[in-house]
Write a protein that binds this ligand. Structure first.
Ligand code: ZN
Length: 294
């Protein structure tokens, strides 16, 4: 399937692009936690291995005010061997980070800042690659890497349950790059671009927020990976602190409905952006749109 041109929009001084970096698949049961398959399978199809389709939709942000070009997350990248590619059904024919960036008129050297929501492999793997000699190289030679400081500690000292998500050939080059900038919670990158903390999935996850022209676009990362995760109890089995996720979803979705936030979905294979409605604490999708319609 040929790549589709990335959807884009301009709000205030920011040009935003939905940058697809590839597709992959994860176990449907793990993606929906305590929700039985008889329920989740009404909303999303799985393959013969019980895996559901997932996007790795990064967000490119060009700022007129500072001239900076931010990339939020980098997908799995291309470092997996055949076995890992097959376990996760990684598909770069559908889309690829470099091809998608090129369609936005951006070369790897143009990226000034990479904001990592967190360092699980499907969010930071594309930062580095193996060259033809098998040497590990940085894909974006001029970019500063921004990671929440609590998350970095978590990634460097993971518990046994989260360990499989933090891969050495992802984490080491980022932490030893000399370009790593650790940020606190609610960090402001520049006027109109800040982040919100969301610890339930992984300690120190940050959700970048673009706010301008009366519009708010929130990169929901793994707090709300797909639109199917909008109902409060639909929390991933992967989450380290599911009760915390529940509280964070309730707080953020309440604001999202009241303040008409546009939720940018990193992992939804179909929907790029949604808004939500709040019916006395029962949340549901209100509108579905492309980023270009925000
Ligand atoms: Zn994650």
């Amino acid at each position: 399937m040929p790549d589709k041109k990335p959807s884009s929009t301009k709000i205030g001084p920011f040009e935003l692009y939905a940058v697809e970096s590839g597709r992959f698949r994860l176990d449907g049961g793990a993606m929906f936690g305590v929700v039985p398959k008889t329920l989740w399978s009404r909303h999303i199809d799985c393959d013969e291995k019980n895996r559901i389709p997932m996007a790795m939709r990064c967000l490119l942000i060009k700022s007129d005010n500072t001239g900076k070009i931010y990339l939020v997350d980098t997908g799995t990248g291309t470092k997996f061997d055949e076995k890992m590619n097959s376990i996760y059904a990684v598909d770069h024919d559908h889309s690829d980070l470099l091809r998608s960036l090129k369609q936005c008129g951006v070369a790897p050297g143009d990226i000034t800042d990479i904001i990592f929501s967190h360092l699980h492999f499907d969010h930071c793997g594309g930062t580095t690659y193996y060259d033809e000699q098998g040497e590990l190289r940085h894909r974006f030679p001029n970019a500063a890497y921004h990671v929440n400081e609590r998350h970095l500690q978590n990634a460097l000292n993971p518990n046994a349950r989260e360990k499989a998500s933090f891969l050495k050939d992802n984490i080491e080059p980022i932490s030893q790059s000399g370009r790593l900038n650790t940020v606190g919670d609610n960090h402001t990158y520049e006027e109109g671009l800040h982040s919100l903390p969301a610890d339930g999935h992984s300690v120190g996850q940050q959700l970048p927020v673009v706010e301008a022209d009366g519009k708010t676009v929130v990169f929901t990362a793994d707090l709300i990976p797909t639109h199917v995760h909008i109902p409060l109890p639909w929390v991933m089995g992967y989450d380290m602190q599911p009760i915390k996720t529940l509280q964070e979803k309730e707080a953020y979705l309440t604001r999202a409905a009241r303040e008409n936030w546009h939720l940018f979905l990193e992992h939804d294979a179909e929907k790029e952006v949604i808004t939500v409605q709040d019916d006395n604490g029962k949340f549901s999708v209100k509108e579905t749109m492309k980023l270009s319609q925000v």
